[in-house]
Design a protein. Structure first.
Length: 171
């Protein structure tokens, strides 16, 4: 394992990990059906190896943490799934959410931020929650990664994990 990643895992393990919306959707779709990752339009850009990396990273933490904004986006994206799959998929979603910890960031704090017009409510809620709870964030969004670094938050970008895997190391 990369030394930098190992350090982030050690530092944040007991606090928890926030998984950004698209990667949380990948996580859920993969738990629901690994082959469906390649078929669902919202997860087609990911591979089964990406899913395995997300599962592997999440397994290192005491808890997965989410925000109400992530949950709202996750719900909206999930409803793009074929209706025939929704009932069973939502069973997996509810099961996971019963185990996830929610971190609430005050609306007034979000609307006072200068970043709101640049990155929106969800990404801003992730940054604020990460700062408040000392959570590690897993994302594949380079802009969010940059803001998290600037805010001195622990962040892992999935694209960096892919690079490590390509060179024969595992996260």
């Amino acid at each position: 394992m990369n030394g930098y990643l190992a350090g982030l895992l050690r530092k944040h393990r007991s606090h928890g990990i926030i998984i950004d919306t698209n990667l949380l959707l990948l996580y859920l779709v993969g738990i629901y059906s690994r082959p469906f990752i390649a078929k669902f339009k919202r997860t087609q850009k990911y591979s089964v190896e990406d899913f395995d990396a997300v599962v592997g990273l999440a397994g290192n933490f005491k808890s997965i943490v989410t925000t109400p904004q992530i949950l709202a986006e996750l719900s909206n994206l999930s409803f793009q799934m074929p209706k025939s799959k929704l009932r069973e998929y939502f069973g997996y979603l509810v099961d996971l959410l019963q185990k996830v910890r929610e971190h609430y960031v005050e609306k007034d704090q979000l609307i006072r931020s200068n970043l709101l017009a640049r990155i929106g409510f969800t990404d801003l809620s992730i940054i604020e929650a990460a700062k408040q709870g000392d959570y590690l964030v897993l994302t594949d969004d380079f802009e969010t990664t940059g803001y998290l670094h600037a805010s001195k938050c622990g962040v892992i970008n999935l694209n960096h994990i892919r690079t490590i895997q390509w060179f024969g190391h595992t996260p």
